[in-house]
Write a protein that binds this ligand. Structure first.
Ligand SMILES: *Cc1c(COP(=O)(O)O)cnc(C)c1O
Length: 468
């Protein structure tokens, strides 16, 4: 399998190379050259497989020759063996139509673990074949940071620099990052928003002075391997609900458009998905883009669902590229316009193609709290704010075909956002024992101004050059 850039001019890479890369050298994102597809019979034969085996089968076409099926299976078993639930991502029923897929049973209590536990192992596997050192640079609105740090802490040949917006992540989220005191882990709190942090990371990937010296890799969902690992649970849930004979809809709490893009990939592979509902909070650029074609960034409003407090969604470019007919030169031009004016209109082709699968909905604080209360009072389930936003969107989708089940992706454990949960429901969910003494541990974090040069200098002083 080869990977090509959405902006058309970077070299094609294989899976091993794309896993170790950040942004493509032309500023684009890598996508598979073609979508692998499964026939109805092939999908039917996946039913009932344990999660790690299903993961190997769904991912193998993307991995190609970079790993044998036996080795990939060993890695998926190791990654998902660390989850606290034997089903890895268990599916729960709320009412006749509504289901939730619990993606938060990994070590850091959010769905990011599903991809990053595997990505940490892939990095180690591929670096073991080379003489290289990797410098991971990432921006986090909270959950990517802790999941990535857990996945690579203490690994030889990897340093990780994780930027988070100072004061804009929850206490649990911050402590899950800053209490990991391994020497290869560097937490940076920057003065600014998540979008500011993400823009600095993107700039570093394009900074020849940095990429010339350091092997800079991504753990944000611009990394293809992350999205690939997330495709698996769409299959897992749909198979349990009767796919390939029955269609299923998904409602996805969306920030950077990574998780829901994985659903799009599952659909392109042949999984019968009736609809993907893109749920946003008041930071609703994606809702506006999908419902009116207006892709224009405003300023970020902090909410109780901080992992969705995003105005510029990196992975949306992957959809625009695929939906717009895979024209790299046109995509480069469209993104150049977006980067200079922060506003573009989707083309008719992009809108029509997206509308075949996606709808969207926006939930404000009140919608979110109501959905949380409904789940608690009517179904006995305590949900986190992100999940509640997607449940609101799922319940609002009243125009779906009658027998189509709707699966809301539960992206975080409610204890991770305990104050917001308590405000809405009166319940204070306890932290699971696997994160135990989080509030007793010592923290380490450097605070830097929201200024690229300061961050680049900090990384350059501490990172190891790529060739030793
Ligand atoms: C990251 C995150 C999201 C958003 O996922 P994207 O892939 O960025 O769209 C939603 N909920 C939680 C809890 C998250 O951590």
């Amino acid at each position: 399998m080869k990977y090509v850039s959405t902006r058309g001019s970077a070299p094609a890479l294989d899976f091993e190379e794309v896993t170790l890369a950040g942004l493509a050298s032309d500023g684009g994102l890598y996508v598979p050259e073609t979508w692998p597809s499964f026939s109805t019979d092939e999908i039917a034969r996946l039913a009932g497989l344990p999660y790690a085996e299903l993961a190997q089968k769904v991912m193998q076409p993307f991995v190609g020759d970079s790993l044998t099926p036996e080795r990939l299976l060993e890695l998926t078993r190791q990654a998902y063996g660390r989850f606290a639930h034997a089903g890895v991502t268990p599916l729960k029923q709320l009412d006749e139509r509504q289901w939730v897929l619990e993606l938060f049973h990994g070590p850091t209590l959010a769905f990011k673990d599903v991809a990053l536990q595997l990505l940490g192992l892939l990095f180690e596997e591929f670096l073991g074949r080379r003489d290289d050192h990797l410098t991971i640079v990432g921006a986090t609105s909270g959950d990517t940071g802790s999941a990535a740090i857990d996945a690579v802490a203490g690994r030889a040949k990897i340093d990780i620099f994780m930027l988070h917006p100072h004061g804009r992540v929850s206490d649990v989220q911050r402590r899950q990052m800053t209490t990991v005191l391994a020497p290869n882990v560097h937490n940076i709190a920057i003065d600014g928003s998540f979008d500011d942090a993400q823009a600095m990371v993107k700039r570093m990937f394009n900074d020849a002075a940095m990429t010339g010296t350091f092997g800079i890799a991504a753990v944000n969902s611009i990394n293809w391997a992350r999205l690939m690992a997330q495709v698996v649970y769409y299959f897992y849930a749909a198979l349990q609900l009767g796919a390939p004979q029955r269609k299923v809809a998904f409602s996805v709490p969306t920030g950077n458009f990574g998780d829901v893009f994985a659903g799009y990939v599952a659909a392109r592979m042949g999984l019968p998905i009736e609809r993907l509902i893109v749920a946003t909070n008041v930071n609703d650029i994606l809702h506006r883009a999908l419902s009116t074609g207006d892709y224009s960034a405003g300023t970020v409003t902090p909410t109780a669902a901080p992992s969705m407090d995003i105005q510029v969604s990196s992975n949306f470019e992957r959809l625009l590229f695929d939906a717009g007919g895979r024209d790299g030169a046109a995509m480069a031009e469209q993104m150049r316009r977006f980067e200079s004016s922060k506003a573009i209109q989707l083309t008719n082709a992009q809108r029509q193609s997206a509308a075949a699968l996606f709808t969207s909905a926006r939930a404000d604080a009140n919608d979110m709290a109501q959905a949380m209360r409904w789940a608690h009072e009517e179904c006995g389930e305590v949900l986190d704010p992100h999940t509640a936003i997607a449940l609101h969107a799922a319940r609002a989708a009243t125009d779906l075909t009658a027998d189509v089940p709707v699966v809301t992706l539960a992206t975080a454990h409610p204890a991770k956002f305990v104050d917001a949960v308590e405000r809405a429901t009166g319940v204070r969910p306890p932290l699971p024992s696997r994160v135990g003494d989080l509030f007793e541990r010592e923290e380490a974090c450097s605070r830097l101004p929201g200024n690229y040069d300061a961050v680049a200098a900090f990384v350059a002083e501490r990172a190891t050059p790529k060739h030793g």
